[in-house]
Design a protein around this ligand. Structure first.
Ligand code: SF4
Length: 266
């Protein structure tokens, strides 16, 4: 890996300390045996590291994560506006950054177009992960499972594929932000992801829309054209609509239900 141009600006993180004796070990929410959070082979205190990374800007946090975890660092890309920003920053720091996406086979055509535009613009590949085919899902669970049981549908089409994507990874990167929704309002920039049993970096956690769009315009970054058509948040076609007047950006996701997350970020 080439040395990041940001390395000299990245504040050195304090040496990780071992967990205190008797300190509670993290549970693992995905049914796999829990394991202690480690960085470079050292058991560390997630809260301590989290507080340090929270002080870093997005570029610095990504540069630090690249230096610390690459090539066991995976950027999850949804081809929404924040993904465009992450790809741009990560690629400028290190062109060998590894990106992946979850192909539910129910994404908008514009989302696939954005994938291709980003791939061509940066010369990167997006590793594709997918669960069973839609035909297999219909055969096993009936038609339109997303209407009857979105938890099961997301579990099959997203969470299972996510586990496969993170196999062998030490840290993954998400584009979630605190302004996205109430459930994300306290998201840390860096912490131990109990669900998948590895570290998680949210480098844009403290970014607002203005900052995202300024970055996209300033750096001429390709982005999903659905944002210009009134979709602030974009997922699968059956579960994405335009939010109503005065509603939050994510109100158009699973509209009409109390569901707010798909099981990957919460
Ligand atoms: S967002 Fe909807 S269609 Fe996509 S996996 Fe989840 S429930 Fe299924």
């Amino acid at each position: 890996m080439t040395e990041s141009p940001l390395a000299t600006r990245t504040p050195p993180l304090e040496r990780p300390r071992p967990l205190h004796e008797g300190e509670e070990l993290p549970a693992n929410g995905n049914g796999r045996p829990g394991r202690l959070p480690t960085i470079n082979g050292h058991v560390v205190d997630p809260k301590e590291i989290s507080a340090e990374v929270d002080r870093l800007g997005a570029d610095e946090a990504i540069a630090w994560a690249m230096e610390t975890f690459h090539p066991s660092l995976r950027f999850a890309v949804s081809f929404q506006k924040t993904s465009s920003v992450m790809v741009d920053i990560a690629h400028r720091i290190d062109p060998s950054a590894r990106f992946f996406y979850l192909d539910t086979e129910l994404l908008f055509p514009e989302t696939y177009t954005t994938r291709d535009a980003l791939a061509e613009h940066y010369g990167v590949e997006f590793d594709r992960y997918a669960g069973i085919t839609l035909a297999e899902q219909e055969e096993q669970h009936g038609a339109n499972l997303w209407r009857r049981d979105p938890d099961a549908c997301c579990g099959i089409r997203k969470v299972e594929a996510m586990r496969e994507a993170l196999n062998g990874a030490e840290c993954w990167v998400s584009g979630i932000r605190r302004v996205d929704s109430e459930t994300r309002a306290t998201a840390a920039k860096f912490g131990w992801d109990k669900r998948f049993g590895l570290w998680k970096l949210n480098p844009l956690a403290d970014w607002d829309d203005k900052r995202v769009w300024n970055h996209i315009k300033e750096h001429h970054v390709p982005y999903n054209p659905l944002h210009d058509q009134g979709y602030p948040s974009i997922g699968c076609i059956p579960c994405t609509s335009k939010p109503g007047e005065g509603e939050s950006d994510r109100a158009g996701r699973w509209a009409g239900t109390d569901r707010t997350e798909c099981g990957i970020n919460g």
